[in-house]
Design a protein around this ligand. Structure first.
Ligand SMILES: [Zn+2]
Ligand SMILES: [Zn+2]
Ligand SMILES: [Zn+2]
Ligand SMILES: [Zn+2]
Ligand SMILES: [Zn+2]
Ligand SMILES: [Zn+2]
Length: 482
């Protein structure tokens, strides 16, 4: 961390009191999510105005110039004032068009831009144009999402301050509010303790690193990269993975005939339908569980959707680890691709399962109603719904373990990770199988007991895996190959 960063963090941390205490506090039941505050546009506007107020009297310039200057110094008042006291010509050297030195407002003349004769207005640099040309120019810049806008003259670096911008746009309230929104967005972008939810609200956390937060709209996301939760993968590897997926997809789609088998592999991974490895009956996956039974009455072969091997084999040999030895005869570049496809297949399959398991909400709700009618206690009934959430949470973690594993160099810790991943995978499939296939039972007490046992076990497996990952991060035990 540079000294600047340190200074900045302290400054912001001191400012926690600046937000009104009546802003919404979102309490989260989950312990890995921090308690955050959700702020509206006007909450932030208010804080910005307070900060502007604090420096305005010292700098003796208008609010708009203060806003531009504060933004330039990442809203760090101390650094801004230090610079101001160091340099007697600070304001002039900051290259912001000042209102004070504006001259000859509204004198008639020929506009350099549109050549009409009209009242010309301009900045302290003496570059002038008609009001209509200023309006068109500013609107264009604001549509380009710029909020530090330079003078219209191409060789002039003077920045136009907020007050001036609003004056030139006076008739155009929608563009003015778009501009104000941009200044707020920029403030949020600069503040390491704020991040914007996709609903438009701003979430304030007490930490600036990557962690899960929940907005008051219910959306849960990574504070740092704004994606949905992606443990145990860090934001950087997730970004690399997404790029990799796009790259491989484009490459295989464009590849010559010699590599068409890769294209087929890709389509096979993304397909919902695969052939039974024993009798070749085509089987559509309509639930999340990856333990598949062939639908042919004469076959009934049980196999794993991920590796297509007989299910019983999973008891003692694992399906989650990539065996490089099997690939030793392949050409290097293709071995790399096959390694990627191995992990991609598992990532995608679990993603598919997560989607299919959403159907469980409906069946579970029906079962819950039945339970209530039969006089089963509400806490037990509620647990059924909770188990669906647990399944989704654990399935999601499982998905991302395959990205983690893809980037992991082999060492003893990685072998331990494989073991944890396998245990989590087995536990997830068991809970999924239970919720998908055993809901029909009339023995409700047994169902509740089984669901509770399996849910707790899968939660435990997730915790073991994630704790091991966190520990490894703290001890620098993970070596990534990217
Ligand atoms: Zn003009
Ligand atoms: Zn100029
Ligand atoms: Zn939100
Ligand atoms: Zn992230
Ligand atoms: Zn079959
Ligand atoms: Zn398998």
């Amino acid at each position: 961390m540079s000294s600047d960063d340190e200074f900045y963090s302290e400054d912001v941390e001191d400012d926690t009191s600046e937000f009104d205490s009546d802003t919404e506090n979102v309490e989260t039941e989950d312990q890995d999510e921090d308690v955050v505050r959700v702020l509206t546009y006007s909450d932030i506007r208010e804080v910005m105005n307070e900060k502007i107020e604090e420096v305005r009297e010292i700098l003796e310039v208008n609010n708009g110039v203060c806003r531009v200057l504060l933004q330039k110094y990442s809203w760090d008042k101390t650094i801004l004032l230090e610079k101001f006291y160091e340099d007697p010509n600070f304001i002039v050297n900051s290259k912001i068009a000042l209102r004070a030195s504006d001259s000859s407002e509204s004198s008639n003349g020929e506009c350099d831009i549109c050549c009409d004769t009209a009242p010309l207005v301009g900045l302290s640099c003496n570059h002038t144009a008609c009001k209509e040309c200023w309006r068109a120019y500013l609107t264009e810049k604001i549509n380009e999402k710029k909020c530090e806008i330079q003078c219209m003259a191409s060789d002039c670096e003077l920045i136009i301050d907020d007050d001036k911008i609003q004056e030139y746009l006076s008739s155009d309230t929608t563009v003015i509010s778009a501009f104000q929104q941009l200044t707020v967005d920029e403030y949020v972008e600069t503040n390491h303790f704020l991040t914007q939810c996709s609903c438009g609200m701003v979430v304030k956390s007490s930490r600036s690193d990557a962690h899960l937060v929940v907005c008051s709209c219910g959306i849960r996301f990574c504070f740092s990269c704004r994606n949905d939760s992606h443990e145990p993968v860090n934001c950087r590897l997730l970004k690399l993975w997404e790029k990799k997926c796009v790259g491989v997809k484009n490459k295989t789609a464009a590849s010559a005939d010699g590599y068409s088998s890769d294209k087929e592999t890709f389509n096979w991974i993304l397909s919902n339908t695969k052939d039974c490895p024993k009798c070749v009956t085509s089987i559509e996956k309509n639930g999340g569980c990856n333990r598949i039974t062939c639908r042919s009455k004469t076959c009934r072969f049980e196999f794993c959707w991920l590796c297509m091997r007989e299910w019983s084999v999973h008891g003692y040999s694992s399906c989650n680890t990539f065996n490089a030895k099997d690939e030793k005869n392949r050409v290097d570049s293709r071995a790399e691709l096959h390694r990627f496809l191995f992990f991609y297949n598992r990532f995608k399959s679990h993603e598919q399962s997560l989607e299919l398991e959403k159907k469980l909400v409906k069946t579970v709700n029906a079962k819950m109603e039945e339970m209530q009618q039969k006089g089963i206690g509400w806490a037990d009934v509620l647990f059924l719904r909770k188990s669906v959430n647990i399944l989704a949470e654990c399935r999601r973690t499982l998905m991302f373990t395959y990205i983690f594993a893809f980037y992991l160099e082999r060492n003893n810790q990685a072998i331990m990770f494989d073991g944890n991943q396998k245990d989590l995978e087995m536990a997830v499939e068991q809970l999924s199988g239970l919720l998908e296939q055993e809901m029909e039972t009339n023995d409700l007490r047994v169902l509740i007991q089984k669901t509770q046992d399996k849910s707790r076990y899968v939660e435990y497996r997730r915790k073991v895996l994630l704790d091991h990952c966190t520990e490894g991060m703290e001890q620098d035990a993970w070596v990534y190959n990217a």
